[in-house]
Design a protein around this ligand. Structure first.
Ligand SMILES: Nc1ncnc2c1ncn2[C@@H]1O[C@H](COP(=O)(O)OP(=O)(O)OP(=O)(O)O)[C@@H](O)[C@H]1O
Length: 259
């Protein structure tokens, strides 16, 4: 069994002109771990996700995933390595169905192009049925009644269900690392509570999934994370359990301006 970290940042640095968004940030994520990446506004959390997923190149430093260096890999290479993300703002196509939205996340879904599918109807049908079943099974693990509405447009669903669909879209490619960017944004307290249960369920189902969650709701972080890394002005200022980092003087100072 491999015990090396699944993910490692070493001295990861990103400058945008004169702004240092990440400053020699080093951290690791263990296999199967749920890690909270927290810090005040502008501390570099989203930039970390953007470097990890190939949206921006790093100015310096390295990213290793499962023993391979992936610094500056393209978004496609990152996806193929098994890293997927959800976004702060919903990226669902509201006019499209639940099924369509989920299958956008699975680029392995159909092996042939349009013309081959028109000619070879039977093999297309078999591939379609398998992909539909896969999406439906995944949705059913979150919500039985949603699984019966796979062809309804996502725009008719409440926020919690939309978030679930986004998570299903991320999970349909069977990733090893799920990045959640503020999953509670725009949801009520009760919806957030349900979503936390969903996330813990996803992890409990196993498959070795690891999760990094960026979240401003500290109740969420406290309840679902195994460990937290705290950023302030692009620098790591604490690394430990929620209880440890919450009682750290530098963390309290960064959040509250308390000395
Ligand atoms: N594309 C960009 N161009 C210029 N500056 C940027 C860019 N992206 C981020 N920054 C700057 O980098 C710093 C870190 O921003 P980042 O969005 O990573 O913070 P964050 O911790 O995710 O904040 P929030 O909690 O508000 O989402 C900020 O000063 C931000 O203004």
């Amino acid at each position: 069994m491999t015990t090396s970290p699944l993910l490692e940042f070493t001295d990861l640095t990103k400058r945008f002109g004169g702004v240092t968004a990440l400053d020699a940030f080093s951290m690791h994520l263990d296999r199967g771990e749920i890690l909270g990446l927290i810090g005040p506004n502008g501390s570099g959390k989203t930039t970390s996700f953007n470097l990890l997923t190939g949206i921006y190149p790093a100015t310096a430093g390295t990213i290793r995933f499962d023993g391979q260096e992936i610094t500056n890999a393209s978004p496609r290479q990152v996806y193929e390595a098994g890293i997927v993300r959800t976004f702060q703002r919903s990226r669902l196509c509201l006019e499209l169905s639940i099924y369509d939205n989920i299958m956008i996340g699975d680029t392995s879904r159909l092996s042939q192009g349009l013309w081959a599918n028109l000619v070879k109807r039977n093999s297309f049908r078999a591939e379609f049925d398998a992909s539909f079943q896969k999406a439906r099974d995944l949705v059913a693990t979150f919500s039985g009644h949603l699984a019966d509405r796979m062809f309804e447009p996502v725009g008719t669903l409440p926020m919690i269900e939309r978030r679930r669909i986004e998570i299903c879209r991320a999970l349909v490619s069977a990733p090893r690392l799920l990045l959640l960017d503020e999953p509670s944004a725009g949801m009520t307290h009760d919806e957030t509570d349900q979503l936390m249960r969903d996330i813990l369920d996803v992890r409990a189902r196993g498959n070795g999934l690891s999760i990094i969650i960026v979240e401003h709701e500290m109740g969420v972080i406290e309840r679902i994370t195994d460990r937290c890394v705290v950023l302030s002005y692009g620098r790591k200022i604490a690394d430990g359990t929620y209880a440890e980092v919450a009682s750290d003087a530098e963390v309290q100072n960064a959040y509250l301006g308390v000395d």
